[in-house]
Design a binder for this molecule. Structure first.
Ligand SMILES: CCCCCCCCCC(=O)SCCNC(=O)CCNC(=O)[C@H](O)C(C)(C)COP(=O)(O)OP(=O)(O)OC[C@H]1O[C@@H](n2cnc3c(N)ncnc32)[C@H](O)[C@@H]1OP(=O)(O)O
Length: 212
């Protein structure tokens, strides 16, 4: 696997003005200017996003757990991260995540494409749950290392129009031993409409446990 993997969290031609506006808003805060006019790390960090996480790590797993892992070569070669599995740009999940470690927050900017339809003209509740799991899961992983979702509790407050751009904001509630509790709100891009609220529990796991 020699080619450089594509980072799906970078803008593409399908991103509309709202998606670009929010992207620029957070991306511009990934670097801050020093007093001397130089550059330093800002409060936010863009989280790169690939579609083949297992494939990229296969050689690592083979070295570390040689003989202990069985995944057929066919599955390995075809496996794709669910949210990055549809090739047509703009058709499904167009999103980018930013993390703010000082504020213990993570945001996701989502432009919901036409293949995510649930009720006519609106986004499917399962697609919304998927994105909440993605944003809160990435946030929990940044905070606590390898985790799996143990509980996801969602209240759908108002439907999300298909094609619109929404903001998902994840905040740390607390950590208790292996448990990381986070909350998430999904709002319209101007913040005026609350679409969805959720709480999630992530439990820290060892990578060996997933592979077993
Ligand atoms: C940058 C890329 C970003 C991509 C992000 C994508 C994120 C996607 C994340 C996922 O979707 S993961 C897939 C969906 N999740 C699963 O398939 C998990 C299935 N469940 C499990 O594998 C296990 O149940 C789990 C690892 C969650 C916990 O099993 P363990 O045996 O490791 O832990 P245990 O059962 O001993 O529980 C540990 C603690 O958590 C608590 N707990 C576990 N499950 C719970 C639950 N459901 N509700 C409440 N508490 C729970 C449990 O009571 C206990 O609390 P205490 O430490 O206080 O005793």
């Amino acid at each position: 696997f020699f080619s450089k993997p594509r980072d799906f969290s970078l803008p593409n031609s399908s991103w509309g003005p709202e998606m670009m506006r929010l992207y620029e808003h957070y991306n511009s805060q990934c670097e801050a200017e020093t007093e001397g006019g130089g550059k330093q790390k800002g409060p936010w960090r863009r989280i790169p996003s690939y579609n083949r996480s297992l494939k990229r790590k296969t050689s690592f797993f083979c070295v570390c757990f040689s003989g202990g892992v069985y995944l057929s070569k066919l599955i390995q070669s075809k496996a794709r991260l669910f949210t990055r599995s549809i090739k047509e740009a703009g058709a499904a999940f167009e999103y980018v995540l930013f993390d703010n470690s000082d504020a213990q927050k993570c945001v996701g900017i989502l432009q919901a494409g036409h293949l995510l339809e649930g009720p006519p003209g609106f986004v499917h509740g399962g697609a919304i749950a998927t994105m909440i799991d993605t944003v809160t899961g990435a946030h929990a992983a940044v905070l606590s290392g390898p985790v799996m979702t143990a509980n996801l509790n969602i209240n759908y407050r108002s439907p999300i129009p298909l094609g619109s751009t929404v903001l998902l904001e994840s905040s740390l509630d607390k950590t208790e031993g292996r448990k990381t509790f986070v909350s998430c709100q999904v709002t319209s891009s101007d913040g005026a409409t609350l679409h969805t609220e959720a709480t999630a529990l992530f439990v820290s796991i060892s990578v060996r446990k997933i592979l077993d």
